[in-house]
Ligand binder design. Structure first.
Ligand code: M6R
Length: 612
């Protein structure tokens, strides 16, 4: 959470920083601020609210400067106020710092600095940093040394950037646990830093992903890198190879809608990369041999939010196709429950961003128990990619909307294929079964198109849901997780309280919630236990609950019991979660839209949750 950006070059620095921050707004949008050095003097401009509000202010009075840093905040310590907005400065206003992450020992540092007369004006953890640097500078009048000494006092996970009047031509940076990239354009001499690449493309051409316990500084035309101990390090830059258009919203009103509509294309891309010309499933990037894969006795999937829900479907896949006992757990619980694990256990992490702090901590937990970790990731350059033993690329393309949509279906397709791949290696899935499933997956893009282009019934349902305060989602077996995902999508963007339940469990308590005003969304495509799902649905109906069902095309029996329904194409039960979630994404989208919610920037959320 929080995004930082820094720039040295001939462009208008304030405008460059604002453009960069807007690209990072998915990391938080509680406040925004920039700091520049203008003719050796530090100037800071910041305000609570969206970056566009800061931009309007700057349009009225531009800041001049030769270099600068910027920040977009997701509040952790203190409300989103002017005082808590970054950059943070010392009282003499000659040092400015932006920070992503959490300084865990900030209370102790505040106390220590307080004893020396420092009066803090914010509630943030960040504000200790400029004072620490100032205190170190007072000792030896060397800012490089002061920065290096100051960062060694910090505990927690952070990436920081700092500018100061004491060394007005440099931007200092340090990383420990939170993402940071430095970059350059060799033709123009411009240098950059950012939490994520989109903030600096297409101008930056070559980038380096700063590693933990590295720090350094940018100056005109060059970047210096050092170890925590202060030893110089060579930077090996990589060519930046991303398609800027993937980050543009195009003709869609929201990124979320764009990404929902991209799902057929994403699945085609996955298939192009995962199915060889001879029809075999391939995971070329996975550096594990078949002997190891065949020996896996148990799988623990650990992830957060939508990625965990994909993991719950994965549990069904690994048990059904791989015949491997599988657990799926919240990373934040897995990390601290000291799980009992055997040597033949594989830990799987799943993450769109690859930067989720809880999931990274889960990887550390697994590694501390000497277990192998494979991560399913949308960002092959992310921290999780570096920390895992093997990675599986999701091929979803950049996902900007805070509500995850296309990454979820990409996770499901990759998990389904990987479970078949393991099943084949273990000899528990036949070639015929694998081929027939692949054939069906190949039809999914077209099937999704048909749901996307028949959204009238979905809009009617969204109108119906608009005034409600609560909703319940029910599903069984492979679609129990779909119920959880439908509920998560609805609550995070429309603020309607929603819960997902295993339909068979509903009668054991939650059914008490049902009244004639309670919408109950039942995910009921064809399945082996369709009759049981119908019984669960009738139990709700008998209590006057309103039934919205997601059904297989032509299922007239469930239609008759439903107040509203959406039809999806017929498909094998195990693959139905990939289709059934599409109407649920659209229901959440339109309900949020009709309620006037900010779909792409829901309150209190950030796309990438880099704090534990
Ligand atoms: O980047 P990750 O997949 O690790 O993110 C995990 C969750 O934070 C994320 O899925 C979150 O729940 C989304 N807002 C859901 O739409």
């Amino acid at each position: 959470m929080c995004g930082i950006v820094g720039y040295i070059g001939p462009k208008a620095v304030d405008s460059f920083l604002i453009v960069g921050l807007k690209k990072l707004e998915y990391r938080g949008y509680d406040s925004a601020g920039i700091a520049l050095i203008d003719r050796d003097e530090l100037v800071v401009r910041k305000r609570p609210g969206k970056i566009s509000e800061l931009e309007d202010e700057l349009n009225d009075s531009h800041l001049k400067g030769s270099l600068g840093i910027g920040h977009t905040r997701w509040a952790t310590h203190g409300e989103p106020t002017q005082a808590n907005a970054h950059p943070h400065s010392n009282q003499n206003r000659n040092i400015a710092v932006v920070h992503n992450g959490i300084i865990e020992n900030f209370s102790a540092l505040r106390k220590e600095l307080g004893k020396t007369g420092v009066v803090f004006v914010s509630q943030t953890d960040t504000e200790v940093i400029p004072y620490l640097i100032e205190a170190e500078y007072a000792i030896n009048k060397n800012i490089e040394q002061a920065f290096k000494n100051a960062i060694t006092h910090l505990e927690g996970k952070f990436s920081i950037a700092m500018i100061t009047e004491f060394e007005p031509g440099k931007i200092f940076f340090a990383k420990s646990g939170a993402p940071l990239i430095v970059a350059k354009n060799s033709e123009t001499g411009e240098v950059f830093l950012a939490s994520d690449l989109p903030a600096i493309v297409p101008i930056a051409q070559q980038a380096y992903y700063v590693l933990d316990e590295e720090w350094g500084y940018l100056e005109n035309n060059s970047i210096e890198l050092k170890t925590w101990a202060g030893e110089p390090k060579e930077i090996i830059f990589e060519k930046i190879d991303i398609n800027n258009e993937d980050y543009e919203i195009g003709n869609f009103p929201h990124y979320m809608l764009k990404e929902i509509f991209e799902q057929p294309k994403v699945i085609k891309t996955i298939l192009e990369n995962r199915i060889s010309p001879s029809g075999e499933i391939v995971f070329e990037e996975l550096n594990f041999d078949n002997e190891y894969l065949a020996s896996i006795g148990r799988i623990i999937i650990q992830a957060c939010g939508t990625s965990l829900i994909a993991g719950l479907v994965g549990k069904y896949y690994f048990e059904h196709y791989g015949k491997i006992f599988t657990d799926a757990d919240y990373s934040s619980e897995f990390r601290y429950r000291n799980p009992v694990i055997d040597g033949d256990t594989l830990v799987i992490g799943i993450s769109q961003s690859g930067e989720t702090a809880d999931t990274i901590a889960g990887i550390h937990e697994a590694k501390s128990k000497f277990l192998k970790v494979i991560s399913f990731l949308n960002n092959p350059k992310s921290t999780m990619a570096r920390e895992s033993d093997g990675t599986i690329h999701l091929f979803a393309g950049p996902e900007i909307g805070v509500a995850s949509t296309k990454a979820y279906t990409a996770e499901l397709v990759n998990l389904a294929l990987f479970s078949l791949y393991l099943g084949k290696i273990k000899g528990v899935v036949s070639k015929e079964e694998q081929d027939s499933l692949i054939k069906e997956i190949q039809q999914i893009p077209e099937m999704i198109e048909s749901v996307l282009h028949n959204d009238e019934s979905i809009k009617v349902i969204a109108e119906y849901l608009k005034p409600h305060h609560d909703a319940v989602f029910l599903g069984r077996t492979f679609n129990y997780p779909t119920a959880l995902e439908g509920a998560l999508k609805l609550k995070e963007i429309s603020y309607i309280h929603a819960s997902g339940y295993a339909a068979g469990e509903f009668k054991h308590g939650p059914i008490a919630l049902v009244t004639e005003n309670m919408p109950v969304i039942v995910i009921a495509p064809q399945s082996e236990i369709r009759n049981k799902v119908i019984s669960n649905l009738l139990e709700v109906k008998a209590r006057k609950g309103k039934i919205i069902s997601i059904i297989s095309e032509g299922d007239t029996e469930i239609m008759e019991h439903s107040d509203y329904y959406v039809e999806i194409p017929k498909i094998s039960e195990s693959l139905s979660p990939i289709l059934a979630v599409i109407p649920l994404q659209l229901i959440a989208y339109y309900t949020a839209l009709y309620r006037g919610c900010n779909v792409d920037k829901p309150r209190n959320l950030a796309k990438s949750v880099t704090v534990e």
